[in-house]
Design a protein around this ligand. Structure first.
Ligand code: GLN
Length: 528
């Protein structure tokens, strides 16, 4: 470890959702490319205790870490960009910190003192930063939302104080702002960005660099204005128009004025080795001869963020196989055979609740009957099992999640999980190992019989129905090591029909795609 740990704080102004997470992850990628050990953390100021109960339509995917934390999707960006595995320590939510503070207050731990946002919540925030940073050379902290939001004030104050405690020169503050382009007058407007910088200064933080997000390349005068009014040297104004792919951002940063700032700050003056990033970009930019269309049968079809890790895993698999990829959204609530006919492969991702589930069962059944390559993820396994059992003649087959009283409960609730259906943090979460059946397709695809994948579910395959399931065309090809839980199923009659109770998308990486996704893309090429 370095003698002195250094910290990089990434805040946002004007609007959220313009790429703060990708910026934070990309800064980490450049530092890694200089040989540094990087850790990273997301602080979210809202009052939820974790991201588990948040509506994915509003908030995007719930990412799951190896130790079972249900987190913001930005942790997925971090893992993919930095190829590291994060834990609960990297996901800080105001709700959890307040929850713990209030519990401590009730337990009498404050000895009669008044418990306040400052200093108590701010100290808790600083404590989480120290814990998450443990063991790395550089620790990156992204603060969710925008500076000036009521609920985020404690976080901004906490990082300001933190920089005072560890020494300002050991901290780098980066503010990500958005500069809109007004179509009618054809000009970029820097006013909101100037205001955002004023707001940040008002809280006692003068940033070292400003990342300026724009929808189109902006003229130099925009950087001049922000430099002048923001009080930040021009070379530290980093213009960041929309990139063709987010994986280009580390390369853009490394080529910008930011590179010098980062070298000076880190003391790592050697040029970053960005070969891995160049390889990813080259793969993405090469014109593939063939393109496959994967039908994603889902209920939230208006927000790509809801399935971001699934989409990233598909893209990575397609780059790996050097084929083009088209993801076709199939609305699970209205899907018919016509929709399934139009695609080369079917993917049913995870999900909760009854809405759209019959469409997903129909999708699995179509793939099973017509030898269409199929990948089922978590709920995608459960609907496949239901489809096969119905195919075997048990029309009532269902999951007790959707039909609590059904007579043929091929998917049912585990002991100890009943009654917790709408509570947080009570699922089977995080990494669990599985043992794959020798000679199975899934063993061939993974190239091993021992795998570990992330999980996030409550319901399980009811092994009393294994006979009916197999009559319908599916066999169990992987279980928990003690054999008590079904982890993988496949259709031996089909070329590629695999489903898993896990979420392999969370461990997929741009340069190391999940074997299950690679298998799907390969199988989709068969009629091309
Ligand atoms: N709703 C199902 C369960 O809880 C599937 C969960 C998922 O797809 N992540 O078991």
């Amino acid at each position: 470890m370095r003698e002195k740990q250094k910290y990089i704080f990434v805040t946002g102004g004007v609007l959220s959702g313009v790429g703060k997470g990708v910026t934070a992850a990309s800064i980490g990628a450049v530092l890694q490319a200089k040989g540094a050990k990087v850790s990273i953390q997301k602080c979210d100021p809202y009052l939820n205790v974790d991201a588990g109960l948040l509506n994915p339509r509003e908030h995007g995917e719930c990412f799951v870490t190896k130790d079972g934390a249900e987190t913001d999707l930005d942790l997925g960006h971090y893992e993919r960009f930095l190829d590291i595995e994060l834990t609960q320590k990297s996901a800080t939510l105001a709700g959890r910190l307040l929850f713990d503070l209030i519990a401590d207050e009730r337990a009498g731990k404050f000895g009669g003192k008044t418990v306040q946002l400052i200093p108590h919540l701010t100290q808790s925030i600083q404590q989480t930063i120290l814990q998450a940073a443990d063991g790395s050379d550089f620790h990156i902290v992204e603060i969710g939302g925008t500076v000036g939001d009521y609920e985020g004030l404690s976080f901004v104050e906490a990082i300001r104080e933190f920089s005072q405690k560890v020494g300002r020169s050991n901290c780098l503050f980066i503010h990500v702002v958005y500069v809109p382009f007004i179509c009618t007058s054809k000009e970029f407007k820097t006013k909101p960005a100037q205001n955002a910088l004023n707001d940040l200064r008002g809280f006692g933080i003068v940033p070292d660099a400003v990342v300026v997000r724009t929808d189109y390349p902006a003229p130099d005068s925009v950087a001049d204005k922000i430099s002048l009014f923001g009080g930040v040297a021009k070379e530290n104004i980093i213009m960041m128009p929309n990139a063709d792919t987010v994986f280009r951002v580390p390369l853009i940063l490394a080529k910008s004025g930011f590179s010098k700032l980062l070298s000076d700050f880190s003391g790592l003056h050697k040029k970053p080795n960005l070969a891995a990033w160049e390889k990813i970009i080259n793969q993405q930019m090469s014109k593939p001869e063939k393109t496959v269309t994967v039908g994603l049968v889902a209920k939230y079809i208006d927000n790509e963020d809801t399935y971001i890790s699934v989409i990233e895993a598909l893209k990575a698999a397609a780059w790996h196989e050097k084929v083009g990829l088209k993801v076709k959204w199939v609305n699970a609530e209205t899907a018919t055979k016509k929709d399934f006919k139009k695609v080369d492969a079917i993917l049913v991702p995870g999900g909760f609740g009854a809405r759209g589930v019959e469409g997903k069962i129909a999708a699995a059944r179509y793939a099973l009957d017509n030898n269409v390559p199929y990948l089922g993820l978590c709920l995608g396994l459960q609907v496949a099992v239901i489809a096969a059992t119905r195919k075997a003649g048990q029309d009532d087959a269902n999951s007790t999640e959707f039909a609590p009283k059904c007579s043929c409960d091929v998917v049912y609730i585990m002991d100890g999980q009943a009654g917790k259906e709408s509570t947080g943090g009570t699922l089977r979460l995080g990494d669990y190992p599985a043992r794959l059946v020798k000679g199975s397709l899934v063993e061939k695809v993974y190239g091993t019989t021992k795998v570990t994948e992330r999980h996030r579910h409550r319901y399980e395959v009811n092994q009393q129905f294994l006979y009916e399931i197999s009559k319908g065309g599916l066999v169990v090809s992987g279980t928990s090591p003690d054999g008590s839980l079904v982890e993988f199923i496949e259709a031996p009659q089909n070329d590629y029909f695999i489903a898993t109770q896990a979420h392999p998308e969370f461990r997929s990486r741009p340069i190391r795609p999940s074997p299950l996704f690679v298998g799907l893309i390969r199988a989709s090429l068969k009629n091309k």
